[in-house]
Structures are given as C-alpha cells and as structure tokens.
Design a protein around this ligand. Sequence first.
Ligand SMILES: Cc1cc2nc3c(=O)[nH]c(=O)nc-3n(C[C@H](O)[C@H](O)[C@H](O)COP(=O)(O)O)c2cc1C
Length: 171
Amino acid sequence: MAVLEQIKQRYSVRKYEAHAVEPEKLEAVLEAARLAPSARNVQEWRFVVVQDEAMRAKLVDAAYGQKFVGEAPVVIVCCATNTDYVMRCGQAAHPIDIAIAMEHMALQAVQEGLGTCWIGSFYPEQIRALLNIPDDIAVVEILTLGYPADTAPEKKRVPLSDIVSHETWTF
Ligand SMILES: Cc1cc2nc3c(=O)[nH]c(=O)nc-3n(C[C@H](O)[C@H](O)[C@H](O)COP(=O)(O)O)c2cc1C
C-alpha cells in the first residue's frame, strides 16, 4: 500500500476486537519502530509490550480510566533511556525520537490490518510502578494496538493552505 494511503487509513482506534494480535504481526509493528530514525541514531528508546489481561486492566486506571486501553489486546509503553540530549536547535530529542518510532508502528499496523491509538493521558508514575520501570527511565507515551471494532470517522484536518507557506512566513 502506498504510504499516503496508509496515512489516510490510520485513525485513532478506541474500540478493539478481543482476539489477540498474531505474533508475526506484532513483530512487524515493533520492527517498524526499530527501524525508525533518531537523533544521532542513538536509539535510546525501549518498548514494553503488555498483553497480560490483568495488567492491561490495571493500565486503564493509570490512563485516567480510558477503558479501551484495557480492551486493546496489546499495549506498548514507549520509554526513553536518556532525556538529557538537547539538539543544537534547542529541542529535546527523546520525545521526537519516540514519536517517530510510534508513528512508524501506527502505519505498519495499518498495513497489517490493525489499529492503534496514541495515549498521552496517563500517570507516568503509576505506569512505572505497575511495569517495574526504573526511576531513570522516562515513560513518554503509550500506544494501543489491536483489530479495530469500529469504523474510521471522517478525518478532520485544516487545509494545507492554512499550515504551509512558501519561501517566507506569510501566515
Ligand atoms: C501525542 C498524542 C497523544 C494522544 N493522547 C490520546 C489519549 O490519551 N487518548 C485518546 O483517546 N486519544 C489520544 N490521542 C489521539 C488524538 O486525539 C487523535 O490522534 C486526534 O484527535 C486525531 O484523530 P485521528 O488519530 O483519528 O486522526 C493522542 C494523539 C497524540 C498524537
């Protein structure tokens, strides 16, 4: 599938079928993260894959009660092993690196017939305690993964002309 087609088909899936994701599909999604670019190519990310039903139920509370976090058969907790590196442009590298890896996973998921949802509403300290994540590791973001049990809503995006200017800032 063309990349733009995958991008169009990706949406935030908040309702999942109960059945598991096949190991080879999960591996393909994780491989997409592994191949993502990162600043200095340091790859200072770690991904904790949670499939245990009881643990997923506990993650719901840690995610401000978002029920679908427990319903998704796979929850991928995306962590950074180093939060100190600030690029010369002044931006911290780790959230950007992890975001790229996550969107790689989200797009590969589309290719596999799966759906995802980014989760930024959670208590990192609760996740840390539940999953035994050391204090010096940042819990950056979560991705749910599974077979969609809903249908894609219409994509709401502002037009290109609102967000792109050419040559100079003309907004
Ligand atoms: C960084 C980030 C954090 C997000 N956190 C949540 C979240 O905690 N819960 C949720 O239901 N959706 C979350 N979303 C999904 C967004 O609401 C969604 O991507 C946006 O509304 C656009 O819709 P679409 O993904 O269906 O195209 C998050 C998305 C991003 C990129």
